[in-house]
Design a protein around this ligand. Structure first.
Ligand code: NDP
Length: 444
């Protein structure tokens, strides 16, 4: 059995019932085969065994009191996966589906994503099975305060710097930051995605969505295509989706469909983003409300049906495994030429195979959604300097970073004999820097 297969077996055995984690590790390790062949020393020094074992995993109780005076108990997680190239960095997800395996898959992906940005940040991720939907502001605040009352002892500006993810936006970061500062009596950049009045960075809110479009633009430009005049479908209607739509529209694309976990809207004349922002960012309501404002649009109550809408470019920006083989085949037969992942691992392995076999330009999330964490790292720099850059400065740096990630991934793919395969390229390019750092630091 090859070294990679051995390590995969070990991961499955040691981490039972964590299918998303197995999926993420398998995808990365299999694409590292050509690298492992060139570097037998990695096997001698157990590099892959160490890389697939988190440095630290914290699971904790999060008790809080709801508006009716009832005690609620949730479970909190923080997986500090790898700190070879910098302090742990990665978001917090609040969603009822959260469990240890999901957080581990996200933290593992984060190692390579963070490395790809070229910035000094290690990989981590956390969250809770708490469901923010339908909760009052007071309940959200009490939950966030309880969550950080345990987590604060494990994080710090030079140790581990969490950010947002699904269910965690500016409001939640604000409540967590306030409680952290109170407990620690320190005004430090321990969380990113903060509000602009207390240490946040311009462009952080837009960063993942804008970054995704910058990346995809670079990828399709290489084949003589552009967003101008293209029809685009974007799944999700959260932070990533909204700002991906904003930038795609700014580049001249027509976005015709968006979704939430209840279903999708199809507006053939082009989605009106101000209505989506009102419904999702201000009112925190469901996407079907869109048809109240624009009766000519259609609402369909199947979340995955969105992939039946014909488009040139598809941007999955909701959640893991939301786009399966059948959806991929439909996209291909409808003439879609590019798929850019905004979410983490939204395409199943079978869907990715369909894209690669049919010559679709495909960017994996760990490369094309790295803009969020990149601007988070820029927020950390600004906090350390006690200084703020302008919107234009941060936006220009973000664009530069995304173009460089595209180049690094493309070059690695070419160097290892997989020209045009950005899945392999991103995994190898992200891995090499972490591997070099781990080898230099001894057996730790
Ligand atoms: P938000 O919570 O802002 O939005 C998530 C969107 O996806 C919502 O429309 C939500 O619908 C939908 N969604 C969530 N879970 C499911 C599910 N199980 N089934 C169907 N739809 C679902 O999250 P973000 O936009 O921040 O994150 C979206 C994706 O992007 C995630 O994969 C995240 O890990 C990834 N990502 C986020 C980054 C960031 O900076 N925020 C950075 C890099 C990656 P509903 O409201 O109905 O739940």
């Amino acid at each position: 059995m090859s070294y990679v297969d051995n390590v995969l077996q070990r991961v499955i055995k040691l981490n039972p019932a964590e299918p998303e984690f197995h999926q993420a590790v398998k995808e990365v390790l299999e694409s590292l085969e050509p690298v492992i062949e060139r570097h037998p020393e990695y096997e001698q020094l157990g590099l892959l065994e160490r890389l697939t074992e988190p440095e630290r995993q914290v699971i904790f109780r999060v008790p809080w009191v709801d508006d009716n005076g009832n005690v609620q108990v949730n479970r909190g997680f923080r997986v500090q996966f790898n700190s070879a190239i910098g302090p742990y960095k990665g978001g917090l997800r609040f969603h009822p589906s959260v469990n240890l395996g999901i957080i581990k898959f996200l933290a593992f992906e984060q190692i390579f994503k963070n490395s790809l940005t070229g910035l000094p940040i290690g990989g981590g991720k956390g969250g809770s099975d708490f469901d923010p939907k339908g909760k009052s502001d007071g309940e959200i605040m009490r939950f966030c305060q309880s969550f950080i009352t345990e987590l604060y002892r494990h994080i710090g500006a030079d140790t581990d710097v969490p950010a947002g993810d699904i269910g965690v936006g500016a409001r939640e970061i604000g409540y967590m930051y306030g409680q952290y500062k109170r407990i620690r009596n320190a005004y430090e950049g321990v969380l990113t995605g903060k509000g602009l009045t207390y240490g946040g960075s311009l462009v952080r809110k837009e960063a993942t969505g804008y970054g995704l479009v910058y990346f995809v633009d670079e990828m399709i430009k290489a084949k003589g295509k552009s967003f101008e005049g293209s029809t685009v479908v974007v799944s999700g209607s959260g932070n990533v989706a909204i700002y991906a739509v904003e930038k795609a529209q700014a580049l001249g694309a027509k976005v015709v469909a968006m979704s939430d976990s209840g279903g999708y809207i199809y507006d053939p004349s082009g989605i009106r983003l101000d209505t989506i922002k009102l419904i999702k960012e201000v009112q925190r309501k469901r996407i079907y409300e869109y048809t109240e404002y624009h009766p000519e649009a259609e609402y369909h109550d199947s979340f995955t049906g969105i992939w039946n809408i014909p488009c040139d470019i598809a941007l999955p920006c909701a959640t893991q495994n939301e786009l399966d083989k059948q959806a991929a085949l439909t996209l291909v037969s409808n003439g879609c030429f590019a798929v850019g992942e905004g979410a983490n691992m939204p395409s199943t392995p079978e869907a990715v195979e369909v894209f690669l076999n049919n010559g679709i330009l495909f960017s994996p999330g760990k490369a094309s959604n790295a803009g969020g964490v990149a601007v988070s790292a820029l927020e950390m720099s600004q906090n350390s300097m006690r200084y703020s850059w302008s919107f234009e400065e941060v936006d220009a740096k973000l664009k530069d970073i995304m173009v460089n990630i595209y180049r690094r991934a493309s070059e690695a793919a070419r160097e290892y004999g997989h020209e045009g395969n950005l899945v392999v390229g991103a995994n190898i390019a992200g891995f090499m820097k972490v591997a070099d750092a781990m080898m230099a630091q001894g057996i730790v």
